[in-house]
Design a protein around this ligand. Sequence first.
Ligand SMILES: *Cc1c(COP(=O)(O)O)cnc(C)c1O
Ligand code: SF4
Length: 384
Amino acid sequence: MPMNSSLRSSYRERPSRFNSVSEKTWSSWHWQHQHRLRTHHDFDGVLYLSEYERRAFDDGADRFRVAVTPHYAALMDTDNIRCPIRRQALPHPDEFQDYPFERSDPLAEEEHMPVAGLTHRYPDRALLYVTHHCPVYCRHCTRKRKVSNPDTAASKAQLQRGIDYIADTPEIHDVILSGGDPLTLSDRRLDEILGRLRNIDHVDVIRLGTRNPVTLPQRITPGLANILQHHRPIYVNTHFNHPAELCKESVQALERLVDAGCILGNQMVLLRGVNDHADTVMTLNRMLLRHGCRPYYILQCDMARGITHFRTPLEKGLEIMDQLRGRIGGVGVPDFVVDLPGGGGKVELLPEYIVDRSPSEHGEIVTFRNFQDEEFEFVDVHRD
Ligand SMILES: *Cc1c(COP(=O)(O)O)cnc(C)c1O
Ligand code: SF4
């Protein structure tokens, strides 16, 4: 077991407003859920809102709801509006700036729905939306169009039709539970869904896409871990974006998942002003690896409405990839992917490592550069 004593703890750093809350209460996910901060008044005694943040609260309540767990709020820097955690969870007037290229459904997820609540884009994989709720509404969410909207949640009957579709479609080998955040569902409901999917013979892989280890790690209870263990191996893809999110509570959640036989991956979204530095990504990836979570993707922030202020140029992602390669082992190097607008799917981008090609008698001489920008010649063989 790794030592966690050097990690910060959200309980120890809890805002003065929660001073009288016991550690036991703090560690209850029900309590955390019920005490989420939603209005700007809720932030009194938590942190001082900037003029921008206050204005965004006033103007934007109906566009994309605000919800922040006390846990996630405790990790925020109270004095610094550039705090990477704050930027991810507090509204900003830039969200209301519209651009003509933005789309409400950038990945055309609704178009590739053979039945409601299920996207089947790649032949072997299906994305099943089981809820539209999340503990914290990330300001950079690509599914803003429906996440946080209570009117569009999946009904029981709809979910049943989604599972029936998977059962009737033998090409599907990999099912991703998504949302919203699937861990918003009760243990009983999750157990039932996982059980049904496990009963489908052609389903090899069950994945759970959840940000709870980051935003509500208290949700990963021993009871939930038991359920996941029962249906193991569950591939859990989580969404850490910054090293400051890896606190004692989150690490305990990751350890419980690892102990339950889950296979952990991280899908980081590249966000301007949050994690658009190679050093930040390197630190995050080292910490994740230490706790059994493998960096899986760096996702280019897409063309969803209201998140353009978070986007970085593609060049930035390539630069970070270039910095990672050679400086951290291969298990710490994720793929940098762009999810193409209109439902084109994910495409991986790599820095260019070939600097020259020239013909020779025995084959082409390909000149590579390595991570230190040294050049090496490789003689390629002729094609048959
Ligand atoms: C991202 C995504 C998947 C999973 O893709 P992987 O590259 O296998 O992680 C599946 N279906 C849809 C619609 C997706 O957007
Ligand atoms: S947890 Fe995921 S689905 Fe929920 S708001 Fe954040 S990015 Fe969107």
